[in-house]
Ligand binder design. Sequence first.
Ligand code: NAD
Length: 296
Amino acid sequence: MANIAFIGLGNMGGPMAANLVKAGHKVLGFDLVATSRDAAQAAGVSIAATSIEAVKGAEMVVTMLPAGKHVLSVWSELLPAVAKGALVIDCSTIDVASAVEAHGLAARHGVMSVDAPVSGGVGGAQGATLTFMCGGGDKAFAAARPILEAMGKKIVHCGDAGAGQAAKICNNMILGISMIGVCEAFTLAEKLGLSHQALFDVASTSSGQCWSLTTYCPVPGPVPTSPANNDYKPGFAAALMLKDLRLSQEAAKTAGAATPMGAHAEEIYAAFEKAGHGGADFSGIINYLREQAGKK
Ligand code: NAD
């Protein structure tokens, strides 16, 4: 069992750190916010006074932070205190360029590193059923795998430094676009007098089939577990979808990829957030589309 430092004990990091404790690891955590520290402590995580304190003597360090600037700042601060040969894993969703820069910082300190963003949300973090998309060298990935397995059910080595973040934003760009597509189909069906269930029964077994329809259906009824049945409470908040779409568009611009549908999805989610719905589940975009129809 390993000594693990865990920095960033928020909605995702808190339950992930708790699952490492459940798996028998010794976890010393830190977060800037007292309520996050207290919740993690109640779940068995020991709390350090600072992030530097947390990483002293750790064989592994996990970070779960809001964005690239936080990861670069925290890694710059704590890497001088991390033992040579130790492993640092960043599970945050951040831009590919910052992820690559973070790997470079770790290498300069003789520390192994993996970018390992997740899919599965707070439910996946609590239930240890996350999917991890990993970027980094073979040795670092092999060292990270057993730790990630205590927090998730699927661990994929996507390639070198930054490949995990690349996979994450490509996947979520598909998700943002496909959710809008499914919502458009339901709003059109409503106007054409077709019932939600009839469209679902046909499209879920036809070429329109996709996760946004069959697992996360944006209208109440056909998939009882989807947020549409719970007044669009997240789930996966629209603000987080917008964050990931923005990351995909930054990456597309830097890499020179044409992603017109991704760009349009970003615009639509930005308008949804501006209208005050950033805290709603991202499938709630269907209500925004209905409103737009009313404005025509
Ligand atoms: P969160 O805001 O709940 O948690 C982030 C935590 O980091 C906060 O508690 C904050 O206090 C802490 N923090 C910030 N700067 C710090 C510092 N310098 N030192 C120590 N702690 C610091 O966010 P979250 O929902 O847990 O998401 C974390 C990451 O996971 C984000 O990158 C997000 O995009 C990604 N993600 C979230 C979800 C989700 O459903 N919530 C799903 C997949 C991926």
